[in-house]
Design a protein around this ligand. Structure first.
Ligand code: 3NM
Length: 206
């Protein structure tokens, strides 16, 4: 699989943080104004129809200025014309996901411990995620916190681009990159003031 250009900030828009599609898209535009070029759409509670509508809304408004990644749903990734798919341990397997999306799109895989990371490293995933690095309120039933040591350990186990996730903020992001992550994925610390917060992440991650 080709190496992909990961930017240091990987923004995740979780639909649960927004009252409607307009608010979601507004936040996305603010993130892009703040320099974000890699954005995941995550919706763990909506039905497929609503999800596709929101995803298409994002795609229409953001165009090709951003790499758009769909969480979990390979079908909606294709239907919305997204650039990639992100799967977790309970979603389609990496091989199954790849069979649906084909070779041209990005595939990311969530892992939570060295065993899962080692397994995912053998797949066609273009990048691997590891977490939660710190405590998080954004995920139901999160795995145990791995800390910065978990990031260092993960770094030693893969040469694929490594995305750290879970409880990462402007305050602690630098330490996560210094522990070996190529990028930080963030939900909560981008919600309140997306543009300002994204700009600050980029400043601290230079
Ligand atoms: N996945 P926040 S932690 C979506 O451990 C997600 O794989 C995780 O949100 C994992 O930046 C997490 O608000 C939540 O902590 C990240």
């Amino acid at each position: 699989m080709p190496m992909i250009p990961l930017t240091r900030l990987y923004a995740i828009l979780d639909s649960s943080g927004f009252p409607d599609t307009e608010a979601l898209c507004l936040s996305a535009r603010e993130l892009v104004a703040g320099g974000v070029t890699l954005l995941q759409y995550r919706n763990k509670s909506g039905n497929a129809r609503q999800m596709l509508e929101q995803a298409q809304g994002l795609k229409d408004r953001l165009g090709s200025s951003v790499t758009l990644i769909m969480n979990d749903r390979a079908d909606l990734c294709l239907a919305a014309g997204f650039d990639g798919l992100h799967v977790g341990q309970d979603d389609l397997s990496p091989a199954g996901a790849r069979a649906v999306i084909g070779d041209g799109l990005w595939l990311g895989v969530s892992t939570h411990n060295p065993e899962q990371l080692t397994q995912a490293d053998k797949t066609s995933a273009n990048y691997l995620a590891i977490g939660p690095v710190f405590a998080t309120l954004s995920k139901a039933n999160p795995d145990p916190v791995i800390g910065l040591d978990g990031v260092r350990q993960a770094r030693a186990l893969t040469r694929k681009p490594l995305v750290a996730i879970g409880g990462i903020t402007r305050e602690n992001c630098r330490s996560v990159i210094e522990a070996g992550a190529d990028a930080v994925a963030v939900i909560s610390d981008l919600i309140r003031e997306p543009r300002k917060s994204a700009e600050e992440f980029f400043r601290r991650l230079r």
